[in-house]
Structures are given as C-alpha cells and as structure tokens.
Design a protein around this ligand. Structure first.
Ligand SMILES: *Cc1c(COP(=O)(O)O)cnc(C)c1O
Length: 356
C-alpha cells in the first residue's frame, strides 16, 4: 500500500532526494565508490558542498556578506552556539513552545535573557503579539515555526535589534528576507535532508563581537574559515541536502513551494473547521502553521481518538499521532509531502464522519 508520511521529523523527503542519494551510496559521481567511502576532501565531494552552498544562496536569495554553513549537532547545538558567539550581556527571546524554551535555557548560560512574551498560558496555541523588545539587547531570538504546537510566524519580524531565528521546521517553505537577520539556523531533518546536519546562515559582521573565548568547534568563525570542513562533515546528509535543493529548483523554487504548502494546509484546515468530529488546536487562523497541523477530536468525541488513528492506518497514513505535550494528532505537511497525501487524510476524516 502507498504510504502517506506525516511524520514531524525525521520526515518525508522527495523521491528525487531518495533516488539520487541511493544511487550515490552505490556509485558516487562516477568514482566507482560510495559517497560513504570517499574522502570529504576529494574534488568530487568538495563540488557537492560548494553546489549546496550556492543553491541555498540562490533559492533564499542570500545577500552579500553572509556565510552558509553545514554543521553538526542539529538545531539543539545552535541553541548553545548562537549565544556563545553572539550574546555579550543580554538577549531577548520569544517563548512560543518547547524549542523556544530549550533555546532560552542555553542562552542563560551566557548572559541575561529577557523573555519578551510567552504563550504558555494557553499551552502555546497562539503567537504572542505586541511585545516590546528592549533596545539594549544583543539580539532577539524567535522560533518561526513551532513544530510541536502547530503555530507559525510567517512574516519576518520588523525589529530594531539584530534578529536570530530557529527556522528548523519551515525553512524553504516560503520566501524569507535574509537581509533582516543576523543568523538563521535549521536542523535538516524537516525540510532538507536526513538528520545529522544543521544549516546556518550567518552575517559575517555579526561575529567577533563577544568578549569571551569560544572553543574551536563551537566558534562559527572556525567553520567559516574551514568552509564547513574544519572536521569531517556528515557527507551523506549534505549529499542528500543538495538533492533536495536541486529538486526545489526544478519545482520552481521557494515561491512554488509556498504556493503548494498553502494549498495543502488550506485543504486540511478547511476540513477541520467543517468536520464536527475534529477541532484544530490553534484557534486563530493567522497563527496556524502551514507545516505542522495539530488537531484533536472535538468535545464529546474524545473516545474516538484511538479508533481514528487505527482507521487512518488502514489508509496508509503514517506519523499523525500528536506530540505528547499536545495530544491528539499532528499532520506535518512539509515541502516534500504531495497534496494527494493530504487529500487521502481529508477523505479519511470524511469517511470517519459518515461512520459516526
Ligand atoms: C526539530 C526541531 C529542533 C531540534 O532539532 P535537532 O536537530 O533535533 O536538535 C529545534 N527547533 C525546532 C523548531 C525543531 O522543529
């Protein structure tokens, strides 16, 4: 049976990414060797890394003065590296959920952290608005898409301090204005590649301003100087990332991704708003994530939750069990998920409705 992969991360990759990576695992760039067994300093692998960096710049229209890095340690390592490299005295963070809280926890090792606003009072089911960012902070950090709670900030915030974003689960889902940011980071395993690599886009000017000493591997400058090859990089993850980037370009770029993502999300949210058995977790349509769509059984129908999960399994639907901190269901509709898969889920919801 065809599977419809709604996992939140690691998550669906394009067929192109999987096929091309599978080929390179057997024979990489005509070397007769696997991409797993070739020196990262070979000219063939250097070409992969260079092309991946170029495509990130092209697809996201990265301006001059920025570096694109592929680093290990995932987004979680960036929770630490970002304040290590950028926080002198004080930083402002927006608390929109689990990942934001983890970022805040690490920043506190390096200085004062001002939590400018939080949506904890409603289990993070909305995006706080109208908060003030102190003018004297080193940077303002926010999580653009809250993978677990299904909220998203889809406009680049307009702020008067340096801006930093964790875009792990919505990078490449819509065009962004990189020039507004000092630093953007994203774990790869949602919209780019298998786990094992994080993408960092950093403004060169933003670095070198903290007074502390930074251990070599945690210093962004090390990786800029080393061209993301200070030490052995995760070659397969980077190879797969390149294939995904090529696929984005073939599909018409990031604006095309956005169009398809909005269509997919609308299809599912419309059904959630129509079907009396279900309820979207995020009430305000403006705050609803285009990437992670959280929903529960409506009031009085909670007892049907396990039955619906089992029912979707018979349709080939995989990975929609909600995160334990929200419960219910979460359908992750990342770039590589075809609209057809969302339609299968919507049809299953309609069929389930007619049975009850
Ligand atoms: C998945 C995720 C992370 C954690 O990524 P790791 O690569 O596992 O460290 C951080 N932030 C957001 C928004 C995420 O979705």
């Amino acid at each position: 049976m065809k599977k419809h992969n709604f996992y939140a991360g690691p998550s669906i990759l394009s067929e192109f990414t999987k096929e091309e990576t599978a080929k390179a695992i057997m024979d990489f760039a005509g070397t007769g060797l696997s991409v797993m067994e070739v020196s990262h300093r070979s000219k063939e692998f250097q070409a992969v890394l260079d092309e991946a960096v170029e495509l990130v710049k092209e697809l996201l229209e990265v301006p001059e003065g920025y570096e694109v890095l592929f680093l290990q340690g995932g987004a979680s390592m960036q929770f630490c590296m970002v304040p290590y490299n950028l926080l002198n005295k004080k930083a402002a963070y927006l608390n929109t959920g689990v990942w934001a809280k983890k970022a805040i926890k690490e920043a506190k090792f390096f200085g004062e952290v001002v939590e400018v606003a939080s949506s904890a009072d409603a289990n993070f089911n909305y995006i706080p608005k109208n908060y003030e960012i102190p003018a004297d902070v080193d940077f303002f950090h926010y999580t653009s898409n809250n993978t677990i709670f299904g909220t998203e900030i889809t406009e680049d915030p307009q702020v008067n301090v340096p801006l930093v974003a964790d875009m792990s689960s919505d990078i490449f889902s819509r065009p962004i204005d990189v020039s507004k940011y000092d630093l953007i980071y994203a774990g790869a395993q949602k919209n780019l590649a298998p786990a094992g690599v994080a993408l960092v886009i950093v403004k060169k000017e933003a670095l070198g301003k903290v007074s502390r000493e930074i251990p070599t591997m945690l210093n962004f400058q090390t990786h800029i100087d080393g061209g993301s090859m200070f030490n052995t990089p995760p070659c397969i993850a980077i190879y797969a990332a390149l294939q995904t980037l090529k696929w984005y370009k073939q599909c018409g770029g990031i604006a095309a991704m956005q169009k398809s993502n909005i269509e997919k999300a609308k299809l599912l949210y419309d059904e959630l708003d129509r079907n009396a058995l279900f309820k979207a977790v995020v009430p305000n349509p403006a705050d609803r994530s285009v990437m992670n769509i959280c929903f529960v059984m409506s009031e009085g129908n909670e007892n049907l939750q396990d039955e619906f999960l089992a029912f979707t399994g018979t349709k080939g639907i995989v990975g929609i069990k909600g995160h334990r901190s929200v419960g219910g269901f979460r359908a992750s509709t990342y770039n590589a998920l075809p609209k057809e898969s969302v339609q299968v889920l919507v049809d299953a919801m309609k069929e389930f409705e007619s049975k009850h």
